[in-house]
Unconditional design. Structure first.
Length: 178
């Protein structure tokens, strides 16, 4: 399992966040996010049953996963809410198409999503996505990020921020490779 300390776009010393990625053959991806929030600044959305798909999860506390393919423009964005709602979006290239909400993708399935006392765990099945494009794990690169709705406003965390603004769609900041 690879882990990354996610960086706040605007420094916020009171909260720290670590994201972890682990793959299992043939096409399962496990994701974990561990938070340290001793002052309890984070606003948590209410729990929902049965893991519904919802749009605009990023407007509140939400953990995100971006899946890019080496030498290709297309990618997937997966939003995982501590409410246990989720969504997967497809993009042909950087933020395109520009639909709002973005176009849902149905080639990645949620197996498990669980809010924990330390953050969030999720298991995703990438079978359809990887088979459709004839991909191997080595073809992928991953970006982990989060929007944390706190008493101090929205805070943006990512593996790195290479732009002048927080931009989770920036592939330069998707650092995990298999």
């Amino acid at each position: 399992m690879a882990s990354y300390e996610l960086q706040a776009f605007h420094r916020l010393d009171e909260i720290s966040l670590v994201g972890a990625i682990e793959y299992q053959a043939p096409y399962t991806l496990n994701i974990g996010f561990w938070l340290r929030d001793p002052l309890q600044l984070i606003h948590w959305p209410d729990l929902q049953a049965s893991h519904p798909r919802h749009d605009f999860l990023w407007e509140k506390t939400c953990f995100e996963l971006f899946i890019g393919v080496k030498n290709e423009d297309y990618y997937r964005e997966i939003n995982l809410s501590p409410s246990q709602a989720w969504q997967c979006y497809q993009f042909e290239e950087y933020r395109y198409p520009e639909d709002m909400p973005p176009q849902a993708a149905y080639d990645i399935e949620l197996v498990n999503l669980q809010r924990t006392h330390y953050g969030l765990n999720a298991t995703l099945d990438l079978s359809l996505f990887m088979q459709k494009y004839q991909l191997k794990w080595q073809d992928l690169f991953i970006g982990l990020s989060a929007v944390l709705d706190t008493a101090k406003g929205l805070n943006f965390y990512a593996m790195q921020h290479s732009g002048r603004q927080a931009d989770f769609h920036n592939k330069r900041d998707w650092l995990h490779i298999f």
